[in-house]
Design a protein around this ligand. Structure first.
Ligand code: PLP
Length: 375
């Protein structure tokens, strides 16, 4: 049997990692400004994270959601305090897409309606409703396309209101910062208008913080830069530093009913041990603050060049939009300078480094990048 061939692969085989460094099977060291696609929050192989997971595995690795799991309650309390949503409830699942799927379902249960508003250039994941709310026809199968989703322009509150007025909208789903669509930061005015409009028309506001959340932008969630409080917040990626885990925060007005949502693996002991270790380390090491300052440092030092169109983003969620195809540049960074970066579309280098990136490591990237840009 061979693998179903859906991923474009770089010819690199990582075998070991530490902090923001990764080593391949030939012993070459790489600087990781991609964080395994925004997943590595506290850095690779943090000793406290390893200890927490190992210790938990030695006790009990898995049972099910039919018994009491105090780690889930502890995580809910700790997370509520850390992110400022102590009055919300937590539902735990396994991935970003599943979190969005659950959020869309909950919005529909709550309102009794079935249409969703999403935004152009959005990405919400690969499951049925999440991919239907994703603005990329290439990954939407005919089966997924039967959902009722309307795409509006980001930052166009008038367009959203025109749709909400029709009275059949269950929810509006928006990323804290659009990631895969090219690091587009919604304006504060727009986010505030969106919150007001959802309240006014009885639609559920869902903030997808799968990529932009968990401290990446210098606040716990990116939408917290705009002063709004959404009805549902979805999480994934950095929540457990690579142990599969996702979750949604649900405002107090939502009524839970037995069996309404569910999952086999969500909230399991190992995921909870990983997520609790992540919160401990984020707090003890001041990683949210670090992400903000190191990210802004990088942003302010990208050189002005006719090859660069714009630098966008916040904290360690950055996009460098070029006036050229960035594939050769990324290959040079990876195979010449041994620096992992991400991409969005053809023209954008996307930086999603672990939140513990140091100023020295940022300098290593800046030096390499500037040399390429000026060559
Ligand atoms: C904003 C956003 N939402 C949802 C997802 C889907 O997450 P997952 O791949 O864990 O299902 C992603 C993944 O890149 C994402 O960036």
């Amino acid at each position: 049997m061979h693998l179903f061939d859906v991923y474009s692969l770089f010819d690199v085989t990582p075998v070991r990692a530490q902090g923001c460094r990764v080593w391949d099977d030939k012993g070459t060291e790489y600087l990781d400004l991609y964080g395994g696609h925004a997943v590595i929050s506290i850095g690779h192989s943090h000793p406290r994270y390893i200890a927490a997971l190992t210790e938990q595995l030695g006790r009990i690795g898995f049972y099910s959601n039919s018994v009491v799991n105090p780690l889930q309650t502890t995580l809910a309390q700790r997370l509520g305090k850390a992110c400022g949503y102590e009055d919300y409830s937590l539902f735990l699942d396994n991935s970003g897409a599943e979190s969005n799927e659950n959020a869309l379902k909950l919005a529909s249960f709550h309102t009794g309606k079935d249409r969703i508003i999403a935004f152009r250039r959005s990405f919400h994941g690969r499951t049925s409703g999440a991919v239907a709310a994703t603005d990329n026809p290439a990954i939407v199968s005919p089966f997924n396309a039967n959902h009722k989703v309307t795409f509006c322009d980001l930052n166009d509150a008038g367009g959203v209101e025109a749709e909400l007025k029709k009275g059949d909208v269950a929810g509006v789903i928006v990323e804290g910062i659009q990631g895969c669509g090219g690091i587009h930061v919604p304006t504060t005015d727009f986010m505030q208008a969106l919150a007001d409009l959802c309240r006014c028309y009885g639609a559920v506001l869902i903030l997808d913080e799968v990529q932009s959340g968990y401290g990446r932008t210098g606040r716990f969630f990116a939408h917290q830069w705009t002063g709004i409080r959404p009805d549902i917040i979805t999480m994934g990626k950095g929540i457990a530093n690579g142990f599969p885990c996702g979750g949604i925060l649900i405002a107090p007005q939502f009524q839970a009913r037995k069996g309404m949502l569910g999952t086999t693996f969500g909230g399991n002991y190992l995921a909870m041990a990983a997520a609790l270790a992540v919160l401990d380390i984020i707090e003890d090491e001041g990683l949210i603050n670090n992400a903000y300052h190191v990210g802004e440092y990088i942003k302010s030092r990208i050189p002005a060049s006719p090859r660069i169109r714009e630098v966008r983003g916040r904290g360690l969620m950055l996009g460098i939009e070029m006036n050229e195809d960035v594939a050769p540049l990324r290959r040079q960074l990876l195979f010449g300078d041994h620096i992992f970066t991400g991409v969005a579309g053809k023209n954008m280098i996307r930086l999603l480094a672990p939140l513990c990136l140091s100023f020295d490591e940022a300098d290593r990237f800046l030096q390499a990048f500037n040399t390429i840009i000026n060559s």
